[in-house]
Design a protein around this ligand. Structure first.
Ligand code: SF4
Length: 313
């Protein structure tokens, strides 16, 4: 069956991150994650304690704690690993773990500036919460974005405040939308993280999250399945009283329909997450990332569908 989706280099039916990077930078670009040892207002008592109930306590990063505190050294070490895999690749630095704008502007400048000046870094990606983006921080990031590509990655997880309360996000959809509108006035690129399979969320609620995001001026989306990670508050409840999580088939079904409601210009940075395998309690099918992605591809062909199919013109 011919692929009806135009923005693809590898027969995918949605716009991949790799497609965006290849067509923008004309080479392989690797994202190099570092841990700047921030905390988060949802952990230190400013907005909440204990953190989001799904958070492992390692700040939602998908790599183990790095004992090296020096960020440039961390970058060099991880860069080597990437270069082994993709010789001569270009690099973006990814401030991944915790809330990477949760500090006074002067501190942020000290952390980011070495990477702004580093010649072999072509872009800076910053994971954060929408309630931790002051206007002065946005203005500073917009200045950087005049020199290098800047991505702000906002953890939203769901548009539904009832769920957000239940998982102790301590942040509302309104705060998120305000942050998006502020960022959209700049040249900063916006990526949003969402989670499918959160407690008590129906398929319609998950679709509603994507339909709402589809109307916002965002550039990219990361879709994850809920991981029950040992050490999280959710894991404690789950161990005592396990509840049914989405099966692989249910997840694929939801993701495909979400893709159908997403306009084609929105880049899919991820369709499944990388959990830390040794502390993943459930669902175990998420460990097989390649299988999940392949099954999504196959099912899209079977349904003869593609990203944006259900977007009203
Ligand atoms: S997921 Fe992010 S916002 Fe939530 S507790 Fe962990 S670091 Fe904080």
């Amino acid at each position: 069956m011919n692929n009806p989706f135009p923005l693809s280099l590898d027969n995918k039916r949605y716009q991949t991150w790799n497609y965006y990077l290849q067509t923008t930078f004309h080479t392989k670009v690797a994202k190099v994650p570092i841990n700047a040892y921030f905390t988060c207002p949802n952990r230190d008592g400013t907005k909440g304690i204990g953190g989001c109930t799904f958070c492992s306590g390692q700040g939602s990063g998908d790599f183990p704690i790095n004992p090296v505190k020096d960020l440039l050294l961390q970058f060099e070490q991880r860069k080597e690993v990437m270069e082994h895999k993709w010789p001569n690749c270009q690099k973006m630095v990814y401030f991944q773990a915790y809330t990477n704008t949760y500090a006074p502007l002067e501190t942020l400048k000290q952390l980011y500036q070495p990477f702004v000046e580093k010649e072999d870094v072509i872009g800076i990606c910053i994971g954060t919460r929408s309630d931790c983006l002051s206007q002065e921080c946005i203005d500073y990031l917009a200045e950087i974005a005049n020199k290098k590509e800047v991505w702000v990655e906002l953890g939203l997880q769901t548009i539904h405040d009832t769920t957000s309360k239940q998982i102790n996000r301590c942040s509302t959809y309104q705060e998120f939308e305000e942050a998006v509108q502020k960022l959209a006035k700049t040249n900063i690129k916006i990526c949003v993280h969402i989670i499918n399979g959160l407690p008590n969320e129906t398929k319609d609620m998950m679709l509603e999250t994507v339909k709402t995001l589809a109307k916002l001026p965002i550039h990219a989306l990361k879709i994850h399945m809920l991981h029950i990670i040992d050490g999280s508050l959710m894991a404690k409840d789950y161990k005592q009283n396990p509840w049914p999580l989405l099966t692989l088939e249910e997840y694929i079904d939801v993701v495909i329909e979400q893709l159908e409601y997403l306009p084609q210009h929105i880049i899919l940075q991820r369709l499944t997450g990388d959990g830390m395998e040794d502390i993943l309690l459930a669902p175990m099918w998420t460990k097989k990332k390649t299988i999940v992605l392949n099954e999504i591809d196959k099912e899209m062909v079977r349904r003869n569908t593609y990203q944006g199919k259900k977007v009203k013109k």
